[in-house]
Write a protein that binds this ligand. Structure first.
Ligand SMILES: *Cc1c(COP(=O)(O)O)cnc(C)c1O
Length: 396
């Protein structure tokens, strides 16, 4: 029994069993970690059969490994897609898609609230190969349409965005792509398939930094792109050339992390909502960005299309300069100061310092990064412990 694409099972069942064989190699309950850089053929005819695609099997480690195949099937299953291609990081996945799909002279349109390295890759590196990047204000669909030309090949957005948690109306986003004959990609790292399934809205590609919630334990890097098999073929082929593949051991850790994906997400959602509500009521907090709050700019869209709002919360302190803001961060005892999100451990950081320190103040401001802003990636600790910790940190 392989539960691949069997959407009749619940999400927790598919997190545990999806994509896996019922009976595995060596009768092991877990998939054995296959440490091999190359795969042997019994004779010359076996090589010919493989090349003529009469036999599915391993060839050379850069083109894939058995542990990776299991994780790809599990991710495709959870996302409700036909296939998934796993990469060595979220960025490697972004690079893989963009390089596979765009040629010199092609254009890509981004919503501007996006992971800064994705933006940097397109605007500073793909530009060297003649690809043109256009950025428009997040969730401004008219601006996105206006930026489309006859050369536009791809529309890209995150949802929710980081760190403002803006939620894209995926129906509108996908509709623009379909009407204009342009492919669409959503980086749904912050939402995960637990909270939203972009493919069901007609989006062509879903991208994840599996480093975050999918792996869930702050102990590995990986990325994935999920969609229809025919659209992923060239991406997988290019990955074999780029070499941005995961080791068998890394894949095993990701598979293990995914077993608890559903139960972890329930706690992330519960903690996120409770802490966002606590922060919003706190007199020292002037603004909270969390799609689960009625005050959030995109609350209505979020409620319509999401099953929960995740563990990422951004908030601003009332009348605080950067130093007073840093003091609140430093007084926290449970969340650790670090970039990243989606792991079982809560993390906290000041975007000004962690991600934008080297940028000129005007540029930072143009991305909506304020000195008094704190970003928390809520883990799966007890809700009340996290609230008590924040209470004392804010009391300072
Ligand atoms: C972390 C992240 C990435 C990059 O993923 P890596 O695994 O760090 O390469 C891309 N998009 C979003 C939204 C992210 O949070």
């Amino acid at each position: 029994m392989v539960l691949q694409n069997d959407q009749n099972y619940g999400e927790s069942t598919r997190s545990v069993h999806g994509g896996e064989g019922h009976q595995k190699a060596l009768d092991s309950i877990t998939d054995p970690i296959v440490m091999a850089s190359t795969y042997t053929f019994s004779d010359t005819q076996a090589v010919i059969d493989y090349i003529e695609e009469k036999q599915q099997r391993g060839e050379y480690g850069r083109y894939g490994n058995p542990n990776e195949s299991v994780v790809e099937r599990k991710l495709a299953n959870l996302e409700g897609g036909q296939d998934a291609v796993l990469f060595s990081s979220g960025m490697a996945a972004i690079v893989g898609v963009i390089m596979a799909k765009l040629n010199a002279g092609d254009e890509v349109v981004f919503f501007d609230e996006c992971y800064h390295r994705s933006r940097e890759f397109c605007s500073q590196h793909m530009s060297r190969f003649g690809v043109i990047t256009r950025q428009v204000e997040a969730c401004n669909y008219d601006a996105m349409e206006a930026a489309i030309t006859s050369n536009t090949k791809l529309l890209v957005s995150e949802s929710p965005t980081n760190p403002h948690l803006s939620v894209v109306d995926l129906e509108r986003f996908a509709e623009i792509g379909k009407r204009k004959g342009i492919e669409t990609l959503i980086d749904a790292t912050l939402a995960t398939p637990h909270n939203i399934k972009p493919l069901s809205y007609g989006v062509d590609y879903v991208l994840h930094s599996a480093t975050k919630y999918l792996a869930g334990h702050n102990d590995l890097l990986a990325g994935a792109i999920i969609g229809n098999s025919d659209k992923l073929e060239d991406i997988r082929y290019l990955r074999g050339i780029l070499g941005s593949i995961n080791s068998a051991h890394n894949c095993y850790l990701l598979q293990r992390g995914l077993k608890t994906f559903d139960v972890r997400m329930e706690r992330h959602n519960k903690n996120g909502q409770a802490i966002a509500e606590f922060l919003e009521m706190h007199p020292r907090v002037s603004k909270v960005y969390y799609p689960g709050l009625a005050s959030h700019k995109y609350h209505e869209v979020a409620v319509k299309q999401m099953n929960g709002f995740g563990g990422l919360i951004t908030f601003e302190l009332a009348n605080a300069d950067w130093r007073e803001t840093a003091d609140v961060v430093d007084r926290c005892t449970i969340p650790k100061i670090a970039p990243s999100l989606g792991g079982v451990e809560s993390l906290i950081e000041q975007p000004l310092i962690m991600s934008y320190y080297e940028l000129p103040a005007e540029e930072r401001a143009s991305y909506g990064i304020r000195d008094n802003m704190i970003r928390m990636a809520i883990g799966i600790e007890d809700t009340e412990d996290l609230i008590q910790d924040l209470k004392q940190a804010l009391a300072g």
